[in-house]
Write a protein that binds this ligand. Structure first.
Ligand code: BG6
Length: 473
């Protein structure tokens, strides 16, 4: 059972989604194609995208594209937001699809139909007193910027993103207080196609792309604060608590090196405003030479974020023993942790790891923290009477919320928000599957695209509603 955990008044309970995984309507009202639109569904998805073998075109004869229809949030947002309101959401994290606003990413003028759509979504949220939290870029780079610019290693993307950010900030700054620039920016360290929109990238490319995103993020933060100094702009990283598998100091040191590159590097720059010394040493060792324009380092320093947000799904055990590393089924590699159970997709479940993460990040940075994603991807069974008894999901979330409560009450962490991922079932990012469900709300749709898309409440719906109404108690 949940222990007596007190959450601060005004705590932002809610849920999170991304445009490309829920909106569907991938080619309507002037929207251009994005990298998500050419990503096929299925367990082979990430391998294909990283391999460089996949053409940057839609090939419907060969592949299925679940993101094209999503869960039709584009047309059903009113019904869905009413359900979020029924659960008592205080905030809803969503993304704006860059290609709805600038279809090719480099257009002269914005697409008014795209802006008009988000006007309606945002106004619906406000009607229910739900505070929107908007991610500017969530794995949705316009495809043209990959094909004709080579993705984020191209410095021209800084200016193009600045223009997009200015457009949406000017349009919504009186309605939206919470913003995030790049989703899970640190996946770029290892060359994620979704993050940096590049394939077959070198390490030099990865760090150049990240630098360009840091600059773009600082420019967006600058614009936001010029419009209204009270706006809150955050960075967003994926955080995986990293344990050394054994206490051999050499393992611990090697783990630290991996840890700082993955868990700290981006946050260090976006929160503290400068490249950390370990990164400069790493660049030197690897022969990485970044192109940094005059004034950019000053810009990073002057326009740091107001809060730090992160997704947390699992921890990772680190070993230098190649035999042990082979045993892993975890998304991040690493070694199988004998103390933890894993989800059906092999993601190791570690609620205490979340408390450790909160302490680590708050201790290091001292800025408000926002858990922008967390949750259990699982197969749900619809019973004959239509009910869905997702007790495993309740158990997962309850344990994580309990640890959040301890971090706030026993450790003094300033945690401001919790938006579990996929509060309504949506298309998985890593596999494009519908069957990997996270939601409190079930969507009748299978991996082949069959189903009515009707929405229904899972057992976790009422449970989360109660958690929110009692402010976590
Ligand atoms: C995060 C992403 O990595 O994890 C989301 O920001 C994603 O876009 C979520 O959906 C869960 O991952 P998956 O692969 O289960 O959808």
């Amino acid at each position: 059972m949940t222990t007596n955990v007190k959450f601060p008044k005004g705590f932002l309970w809610g849920g999170a989604t991304a445009a490309n995984q829920c909106e569907g309507a991938y080619n309507v009202d002037g929207k251009g194609l994005t990298i998500a639109d050419i990503s096929p569904g299925g367990k082979q998805r990430l391998g294909l995208l990283m391999s460089g073998d996949l053409p940057l075109e839609i090939n419907e004869e060969k592949y299925a594209y679940p993101n094209h229809a999503g869960i039709d949030f584009y047309n059903r947002y009113e019904e869905d937001i009413a359900l979020f309101a029924e659960m008592g959401f205080k905030t809803f994290r969503m993304s704006i699809s860059w290609a709805r606003i600038f279809p090719n990413g480099d257009d002269q003028t914005p697409n008014e139909a795209g802006l008009a759509h988000y006007d309606k979504v945002i106004d619906t949220l406000l009607k229910y007193n739900i505070e929107p939290t908007i991610t500017m870029s969530h794995y949705e780079t316009p495809l043209n910027l990959v094909k004709n610019y080579g993705g984020w290693k191209n410095r021209e993307l800084i200016g193009l993103f600045e223009k997009y950010a200015r457009t949406i900030l000017e349009r919504y700054h009186t309605k939206v207080n919470y913003w995030m620039t790049f989703n899970e920016i640190n996946t770029g360290v290892f060359g994620s196609f979704f993050s940096t929109a590049m394939r077959n990238a070198t390490e030099q490319d990865n760090f150049q792309a990240l630098h360009n995103q840091f600059v773009a993020s600082s420019l967006a933060t600058k614009i936001a604060h010029e419009l209204n100094p009270e706006l809150k702009v955050g960075c967003m990283s994926i955080y995986a608590t990293m344990y050394a598998y054994d206490c051999n100091p050499d393992t611990v040191m090697a783990k630290e090196k991996q840890n700082r590159l993955f868990n700290y590097f981006c946050n260090d720059i976006q929160v503290r405003g400068e490249y950390p010394s370990y990164a400069l040493a790493y660049f030197k060792e690897k022969g990485i030479d970044l192109e940094i324009a005059e004034g950019e380092l000053e810009l990073l320093k002057a326009h740091t974020v107001d809060y730090l947000s992160f997704s947390y799904y699992m921890s990772s055990a680190f070993s230098t023993d190649p035999e042990l590393t082979k045993s892993s089924g975890n998304f991040f590699g690493g070694t199988k942790n004998p103390f933890l159970k894993a989800s059906e997709w092999g993601w190791e479940i570690d609620p205490v790891g979340l408390r450790i993460a909160l302490n680590d990040l708050y201790g290091r940075y001292g800025v408000p923290l926002y858990i922008s994603e967390n949750g259990l991807g699982a197969i749900d069974k619809v019973e004959a009477d239509g009910s869905i008894n997702d007790t495993y999901r309740i158990d997962y979330l309850e344990k994580h919320i309990t640890e959040m409560g301890k971090a706030i009450n026993e450790d003094g962490v300033d945690l401001i928000a919790y938006t579990p991922w996929g509060c309504i079932d949506l298309v998985s990012a890593s596999t494009g599957e519908m069957s990997k469900r996270y939601g409190f709300i079930y969507v009748d749709l299978d991996d082949e695209g069959n189903g009515t898309m009707a929405r229904s409440k899972k057992a976790s719906f009422d449970w989360y509603k109660e958690v929110i109404s009692k402010n976590g108690l």
